[in-house]
Structure formats: structure tokens, C-alpha cells
Ligand binder design. Structure first.
Ligand code: FAD
Length: 600
């Protein structure tokens, strides 16, 4: 990847000037401790770590990949050392509860760090990133003994964790998973089965790995209602906390992948491994739902990271690379050709990357603030609203930000011309690395079904209305603000159209449920474009206010307004074609007989 420079000013703009996190943290914690100075200092330290330790080993990690020899997995050069520095810096415990050895800072602050880590080196970020799911599971459902034995050492970063869901025959449809858990006389369970695609499933960075495994008890009902959750350590832990014998779980192989090559994706064989039940029997999937939203925001970040990283590389290149003259005449007559940034098409690509990176950042920071409220808020009504907003916006964020992140990464390659296809520039790595983001943690198709089927139709549009009401209120409050009328008017119109379109799909679905599946992905993307329009309108408003107040950062705020203008004029109209394709309906998808799909 090209040199990574953490977008400190953009991050500050979203946190302080658009979302006002200082007040949010004050309301949440009832103290003034997490103030702007502290927030900025943490972001600055995190930025330095990502720029100096992680970015330099991103491309070498991709070239070297992970090693697998005689059952032992090794990470690329420098990965282990960077992890040690990460632990020494206290980063793993940033947003963990104080009672469990964490620093008790809000999760939304952790998301900012995750964005910088992920942009600098997504593969490396997978190792501490996967621990997050294990930590959340134990925090919410572990017994006091389980917490004492495993949680504190996951939080400190001494050990890492995994999430073991996928099996060779099932990923999306976990209802058919086969891994077994047989009860032992001592209250533990013997876990047997094969899990595949397990990120950070084995590696050389730490002495122990805590696997969170989905498995079935002997008498479990079929389907998703018969899945339980187990802790399975790589190395058994003795009563006194010391490490005991190696458990019956081994790495059978690592995958050879299109991207994130420095992240070990493992086949794990459980052969009578000792496991411990977490949460009630047969309620494993329900337990996981408690933190599924946060995990999905983490994956959505990969899209923002790809857009940001790719934009940084493309912008530098577009200012330096000379090719042809501007159509209106030379812009740099002293040079033998103009830099490609003068060409409208190159600007189209750069601005698309910028709009997705910065718009996606605002959406994800906002969502993680809702997560703070759900976890730590005192007011029950506010908590319920935040929970509902998260339920509605998370599938949009996960699928839309990763799809647009991938698009942005592709634009990055295109800006580089043929050089974008050559490895040494690092632009193609971003495309390869980010391709997985639309697949894991629920594919785009599955997120779309979740949004349209469960979140919108099952609630009779209730969750959608929660959000459109917020957009409506913002539009109404700013209806007379001529300064931002160019954003408010189209946003208000689209917000209304969103409801109407949903009603139309609902009517069709009453006649045939398959209509939901036919409309889902286009509906999700449509929803994503409007959601981002709301955040761009918020950002344009904040920027215009600074300009009106006579800011000294005229270039910075003008660029925000201009990116919002680009978004509204050149990106948001994509919704028009999505309305058409949604209304194109089901028949043209389903009429063809399966046997007629190909004649070979
Ligand atoms: C690099 C990598 C890392 C991963 N890390 C982990 C990990 O740490 N832990 C873990 O447990 N898993 C992990 N996974 C697994 C990942 O989550 C699954 O691959 C993913 O959930 C999709 O499952 P699948 O591959 O079985 O695809 P399938 O479920 O077979 O789906 C195939 C296609 O069918 C579509 N489809 C399926 N059902 C429907 C439906 N009802 N309606 C419409 N479309 C449908 C899907 O959208 C997809 O396009 C990882 C995978 C990879 C490649």
C-alpha cells in the first residue's frame, strides 16, 4: 500500500463537529473525563502506531503470507513484534470494562482506532479484531469463573480469540452445522468436528488462543434452536491460571486466498477437545446476536478503510502523474503534460472514493455511538431507540460500506492506469484484501434479506420509520436554511420516496414472498445511498457553519461542501436506476427453468 497517513483532521471533524462525541460521552458516563483533549490524544497516539508500525509491514505481509509447517502456523515478518508493541501500548484493553482490566473507554473510540489499524494493515488487524467477538461473548454470557480464567487475558491481549462458526458444508445456514458436544463427567464437554475459514485460528503471536465454538448437544433440536456455544482453549488452563496440556484442537491447513494473505485462515479439527458451555444450552445463536451488530460494524469498517487507503494512494498519484492536456487547454504549461488530476474523469473517481470514505466514516461512527447508548445508557427509552436504530442501520452499513469500499478500491487501481495492476504500487492489494468484506460476517445478499425481510417488513416499516423520522426532523429544522437548501430539498424528497417504495414492495410481497428476495440487494443499496446522503447533508451543514463563522481552514471546509455537492449530484441519482430495477420485479428472475440456464 502507499504510505498511510491517518486522516486525523477528517476524524476530528466527524467526531467533534458533526457528531459532538464529547457531549455524547459526558451524557453516557456522567463525568467529564473523556473530553476532547483526551480523545484527540488517544487518536494521535493510535495514528502514530498505525503509521509507524503497521503500514510498513502491510505489503511485505501480503508478499510473504502466512506459513504452515507441520501443523504450526507462522505470521509474516514483523507481525509478532507489532502485536507485542500493540499490547504494551494498552490498545487491546481500550474499550473493555475497568472491572475486567480494561480502560473503560467507550466502544465508539475503539472503532476509531480500528479504522486506522484496518486502513494501515487489514490483515494484521484481524488478529486482535477477532478477539473482540470472544471478549464480547464472555463479557455478556460467561460465568464469573470463566471471566476470571479467560476474559482478563483476552482483554490484556496476552491471548487472542476466534469465532468458530463455519463448517465445510455450511456458512450462511448455521442451522445445519454438525460439530458435536458430548458432556463429560466433570461438567466439561468433548467437542468434535471440523471448522473451516477460521480467522486467526492459529498463529505464533501469543501462547494461547481461546476459540468460541458453535456446536450441538446430543439431544439438541434440529436447526438454529439446537446450537450451543462453547469455550475451547488451544492450551488447557489449570486451576491456578497456568497453562496445562495442549487441547484436542489442531490446525489442519491454512487457506491460500485472493487477499488478506497475512491473516491466517485456518481449518480447525476438534477431536474430543475439552470445551466449556457458555450461556444456556441451545441458545448459542441468541447469545451471539448480542454482539453481532458490533462485529458487523467492524466489518463495515473494512469498506471505509479500503476507500480511505485507496484514495490516499490515488490522490498522490493523480497529482504527480502527467498525461495529456486538459480539454480546456494546458493547466501546467511549464510541464510536458498536465497532471491527471485536471481530467474530469479522474476527478470523478477520486471524488467517489472520497465521498464513500468520509460518508461511510460518519455513518459508522454514528452507529457505534448508538452501540455506546445500548451498552451504557441510563435512559431506557433512549436505549430502545438506539437499539432499534442499530438493528436497522447495521445491515445497511455492513453491506453498503463494503460494496462501495470495493468500488472505491477499484477506482484506485483505475486512477493508476496500468500501474494500478502492478503489485509494487499496492493498489491491487487493496482490491484483493477488501473483496472478502462483502462475503464474511453475512454476505451482501444475506444482509439485504435481513434488512428488507426482518428489519423492515416484519416490523411493518417500524424500524425504517425510526430513521426516516430523524431525517425528516433534520430536513424540517433546516427547511428555511437557504445555505443548505441544495441538500435538504432532495434529501427530504428521497426520504419520502423511501417510504413509498417500501410500501410498494410490501404490497407485492403480500402476493408472493419471493418478491423480498428479488428486491433485497437493490433495496439495500438504495437505502445506503439515502443514508449516506443524510450524513453528507449533516457534514455540509457543519462545514457551511464554519465557513460562515470565518474559519481559517477555508480549504478544508470548502472541500467538505464540494464533496457533498458531488455526492448529491453524481452519486445519489443512482437511486433512480435502483427504483427501476426493484420495480423490474421477480418474474424475469424466476421464469427461467433451472435446466435451461445452460446448454453444455
Ligand atoms: C477469509 C475468510 C475468513 C473467514 N473468517 C471466518 C471466521 O473467523 N469464523 C467463521 O466462522 N467463518 C469465517 N468465514 C466464513 C464466512 O463467514 C462464510 O464464508 C460466509 O458466511 C458465507 O458462507 P459460505 O461460504 O458457506 O457461503 P454459502 O452460505 O454457501 O453461500 C453461497 C452464496 O449463496 C448465497 N445465499 C445463501 N443462502 C441464501 C439465501 N437464503 N438467499 C439468498 N442468497 C443466499 C450467499 O449470499 C452466497 O452468495 C471466513 C471466510 C473467509 C473466506
Amino acid at each position: 500500500m502507499p504510505d498511510y497517513k491517518a486522516p486525523r483532521r477528517d476524524i476530528q471533524f466527524v467526531m467533534h463537529e458533526v457528531l459532538n462525541v464529547e457531549d455524547h460521552y459526558k451524557a453516557l458516563r456522567g463525568d467529564e473525563e473523556v473530553n476532547r483533549d483526551l480523545i484527540d490524544a488517544i487518536v494521535e497516539e493510535g495514528a502514530k502506531f498505525c503509521e509507524n508500525e503497521l503500514a510498513p509491514i502491510n505489503r511485505s505481509g501480503d508478499e510473504e503470507g502466512c506459513g504452515f509447517d507441520n501443523g504450526v502456523v507462522t505470521t509474516p515478518k514483523g507481525f509478532k513484534e507489532a502485536y507485542q508493541k500493540y499490547v504494551e501500548g494498552g490498545w487491546p484493553s481500550l474499550s473493555a470494562p475497568i472491572e475486567e482490566g480494561g480502560q473503560g473507554l467507550p466502544n465508539s473510540l475503539g472503532i476509531v482506532m480500528s479504522e486506522m489499524v484496518g486502513t494501515a494493515n487489514w490483515s494484521w488487524g484481524m488478529y486482535p479484531g477477532l478477539s473482540h467477538g470472544a471478549i464480547k461473548t464472555l463479557e455478556s454470557h460467561g460465568t464469573p469463573e470463566q471471566k476470571e480464567r479467560y476474559l482478563t487475558r483476552l482483554i490484556s491481549g496476552e491471548w487472542t480469540g476466534t469465532m468458530c462458526l463455519t463448517e465445510p458444508h455450511c456458512g450462511t445456514d448455521l442451522g445445519i452445522l454438525r460439530t458435536k458436544a458430548e458432556p463429560n463427567a466433570d461438567g466439561s464437554y468433548s467437542i468434535s468436528g471440523t471448522k473451516i475459514f477460521i480467522s486467526a485460528g492459529d498463529h505464533d503471536m501469543v501462547d494461547n488462543i481461546i476459540h468460541i465454538v458453535l456446536a450441538r448437544l446430543p439431544d439438541a433440536p434440529k436447526g438454529t434452536k439446537g446450537i450451543s456455544l462453547f469455550i475451547v482453549p488451544k492450551v488447557n488452563v489449570n486451576e491456578d491460571g497456568s497453562l496445562g496440556e495442549v487441547n484436542g484442537v489442531s490446525c489442519g491447513s491454512i487457506e491460500h486466498k485472493m487477499g488478506i494473505k497475512a491473516s491466517a485462515t485456518c481449518v480447525l479439527n476438534f477431536e474430543g477437545a475439552k470445551g466449556y458451555l457458555i450461556g444456556p444450552p441451545n441458545r448459542g445463536l441468541n447469545c451471539m446476536f448480542t454482539f453481532m451488530n458490533t462485529a458487523r460494524i467492524g466489518t463495515a469498517l473494512q469498506g471505509v478503510a479500503a476507500a480511505e487507503g485507496s484514495y490516499q494512494g490515488a490522490l498522490t498519484y493523480a497529482k504527480e502523474r502527467l498525461a495529456m492536456r486538459a480539454l480546456s487547454g494546458p493547466k501546467c504549461p511549464e510541464k510536458e503534460a498536465d497532471p491527471i488530476i485536471v481530467h474530469p474523469d479522474v476527478r470523478r473517481m477520486l471524488l467517489t472514493q472520497k465521498a464513500f470514505a468520509e460518508g461511510g466514516r460518519a455513518l459508522l461512527y454514528y452507529l457505534s455511538m448508538q452501540g455506546d447508548i445500548v451498552e451504557h445508557g441510563a435512559d431506557e427509552e433512549a436505549k430502545k431507540l438506539a437499539d432499534d436504530l442499530m438493528a436497522f442501520l447495521t445491515p445497511i452499513a455492513k453491506a453498503f460500506c463494503t460494496e462501495t469500499g470495493l468500488e472505491a478500491a477499484n477506482h484506485g487501481v483505475q486512477v493508476f492506469g496500468g500501474h494500478g495492476f502492478i503489485r509494487e504500487w499496492g493498489m491491487e492489494q487493496i482490491v484483493r484484501d477488501t473483496r472478502i468484506a462483502t462475503l464474511y460476517e453475512g454476505t451482501t445478499g444475506i444482509q439485504a434479506l435481513d434488512l428488507l425481510g426482518r428489519k423492515v417488513m416484519l416490523t411493518q416499516g417500524g424500524l425504517l420509520k425510526n430513521f426516516t423520522k430523524i431525517v425528516h426532523k433534520f430536513c424540517k429544522e433546516n427547511a428555511d436554511n437557504a445555505d443548505i437548501a441544495e441538500f435538504i430539498e432532495p434529501l427530504a424528497a428521497m426520504n419520502k420516496e423511501w417510504g413509498d417504495l417500501t410500501t410498494q414492495i410490501g404490497m407485492r410481497a403480500m402476493a408472493n414472498q419471493e418478491e423480498i428476495g428479488a428486491a433485497a440487494v437493490d433495496y439495500l443499496m438504495y437505502s445506503g445511498y439515502i443514508t449516506l446522503a443524510y450524513f453528507w447533508a449533516l457534514m455540509a451543514k457543519a462545514a457551511k457553519e464554519q465557513l460562515a463563522a470565518g474559519t481559517t481552514e477555508v480549504g478544508f471546509y470548502t472541500a467538505k461542501v464540494q464533496t457533498a455537492q458531488f455526492y448529491f449530484k453524481r452519486i445519489l441519482p443512482r437511486t433512480k436506476s435502483l427504483v427501476e430495477t426493484i420495480n423490474g420485479g421477480l418474474d424475469c428472475l424466476m421464469d427461467m427453468e433451472v435446466d435451461n440456464f445452460g446448454f453444455y
